[in-house]
Design a protein around this ligand. Sequence first.
Ligand code: 5GP
Ligand code: ZN
Length: 113
Amino acid sequence: MDCLFCKMVNRDIEPDIVYEDDHVLAFNDINPQAPTHVLIIPKKHIATLNDIEAGDLALVGRLQYTAAHLARDLGFAEDGYRVVMNCNDHGGQSVYHVHMHLMGGRRFTWPAG
Ligand code: 5GP
Ligand code: ZN
């Protein structure tokens, strides 16, 4: 399977890792949109949010849990941060392996563009 983020999980491409455990990998985004911009991915290949199944619920919860812990470790949990998951074309998804964007270190506006 020709998936960029699976290649990072398998270390065919070496990501700039921020956190890793048996189920998730977190690494710095190559094109950061904030002072800190980390992508948190499941090691299991799931193409989009639409493909999440009942058996993946703990894994999806782990993405959010990891984001909150990283925000604390990186020092912006109290100031606040933005978490985003884009789905398909209208959502702006460009890599088809589910990922959570964790961005911090600046103030974000709402609504998103
Ligand atoms: P999406 O647009 O699918 O929600 O987010 C994909 C993200 O992956 C983008 O923020 C983009 O900058 C990031 N990205 C794309 N290619 C690479 C890469 O080769 N390395 C890293 N670290 N991030 C990447
Ligand atoms: Zn993948």
